[in-house]
Design a protein around this ligand. Structure first.
Ligand code: TRH
Length: 378
């Protein structure tokens, strides 16, 4: 197997943060863990700047976390004289790049990194080749996933130690909370909230205020309309909004590694899309996932596939509780959010989340697997 030295990633940002987040994470991982020379071409660098504030969207090229970040526009001429070309989420490479790949003596391994899904067909589709109709080039489909028959999940080497420090080292936890402007009340259930505007947030807040004390941490920009309607106040960073047993804190939108710390610190995390779902699993805490809403409720199948896979081997009382809550959350059925049952099952669900995290960690990590796969196909 040939040693690989370089990779280029193409990323077109469709919406939200997930596309930029996953590509940034992969670029960093290929550079720092796999020691490749990596270039990430991204069409909307501004989105990445939200995650990594040091990034300057005005620059055509800059160094970022060990790789080169380039702004991708119509005038760009990306260098594809590398070992691995990664097209994220079927974003389509420029035709000149495809032609220059075909003209190389040894063409690079061309990979289409697909979206994460727990659906069964992913295992059959992972790694399938797609020959180019015109050139002697083959594109391979690379699917992240939850079993060894898939491409696995991105996981940095520092994730476990950070999580352990956040849970076991009081100073570490208190220092992080202080940075967020919080004083930790250990009697409270800590909940983080990251969701789409369609989530029944007002109904959730309504049930959270009814039971034992809850501290809900909400990054700036999340659920703004619902929070405004519920508290009759526009949420701003640093605000604390109190009602009944519920105390909501508006925290800054965090850098990704801090977002991991937030997830590790909380007792329950509401996450959405793909990347925060993965991060919540590495946090080893109970999670409620909101799938990216799609037409004809296709996302409900994705949710169910994930729940089937995630809750396999979970406690017989806790599994239906979290499953029903997640379905109600995704279907915007605010009346069906049974918070008191969920809260009473959190210990069992945390135990399950720890087992699940360990199980996923035993899989081949995505960047490592991708480099291995590329080495076999070069
Ligand atoms: O932002 P998203 O909704 O992205 C989505 C999904 O990826 C979806 O699959 C895709 O089709 C759609 O975009 C176009 O959710 P996701 O994937 O969880 O990405 C959010 C990223 O933002 C993730 O990397 C975590 C990060 N994040 C922070 O770094 N700090 C924060 O404070 C928050 C709230 C999120």
């Amino acid at each position: 197997m040939k040693a690989l030295r370089s990779a280029v990633i193409f990323c077109q940002v469709i919406d939200n943060f997930g596309d930029a987040g996953v590509c940034w994470r992969l670029a960093r991982q290929l550079a720092q863990q796999e020691k490749l020379q990596v270039t990430l071409w991204m069409d909307d660098v501004q989105v990445l700047q939200r995650l990594r504030p040091d990034v300057d969207p005005a620059l055509t090229s800059q160094e970022c976390d060990g790789f080169t970040l380039c702004r991708w526009d119509e005038s760009s001429v990306p260098n594809v004289q590398v070992d691995i070309v990664i097209e994220a989420f079927g974003c389509r490479l420029p035709s000149a790049s495809i032609a220059s790949m075909a003209a190389m003596q040894t063409s690079p391994v061309w990979i289409n990194l697909e979206y994460l899904s727990a659906e069964k067909w992913v295992e059959q589709s992972h790694g399938l080749p797609s020959p180019h109709p015109q050139y002697a080039l083959t594109k391979y489909f690379y699917f992240p996933g939850f079993s060894q028959a898939t491409g696995g999940l991105l996981k940095e080497s520092f994730v476990d130690s950070n999580r352990i420090a956040m849970n076991n080292d009081e100073h570490h936890r208190f220092a992080f909370a202080k940075r967020l402007g919080l004083t930790l009340n250990t009697q409270s259930t800590f909940v983080s909230l990251f969701c789409y505007p369609s989530a029944p947030v007002q109904a959730l807040l309504g049930v959270l205020e009814t039971g034992a004390p809850v501290t809900c941490l909400i990054p700036e920009g999340v659920a703004v309309e619902q929070l405004t309607a519920y508290f009759s106040a526009t949420p701003k960073v640093g605000m604390q909004l109190q009602r009944g047993a519920l105390s909501c804190h508006i925290i800054p939108f965090l850098e990704p590694d801090d977002f991991d710390s937030l997830l590790a610190m909380c007792d329950l995390n509401f996450v959405r899309g793909e990347d925060s779902l993965v991060r919540a699993q590495w946090a080893a805490k109970p999670l409620i996932w909101q799938a990216y809403p799609q037409e004809q409720a296709v996302h409900m199948d994705k949710l169910q596939s994930f729940l089937d896979c995630y809750l396999n081997n979970c406690d017989a009382d806790a599994a239906p509780t979290i499953s029903q809550f997640a379905r109600a959350w995704n279907e915007a059925q605010g009346d069906s959010l049974d918070w008191l049952s969920l809260q009473s099952q959190l210990n069992k669900l945390e135990f399950h989340a720890q087992k699940w995290c360990a199980q996923l960690s035993a899989q081949t990590e995505l960047a490592r697997g991708l480099v291995h796969f590329a080495g076999l196909h070069l």
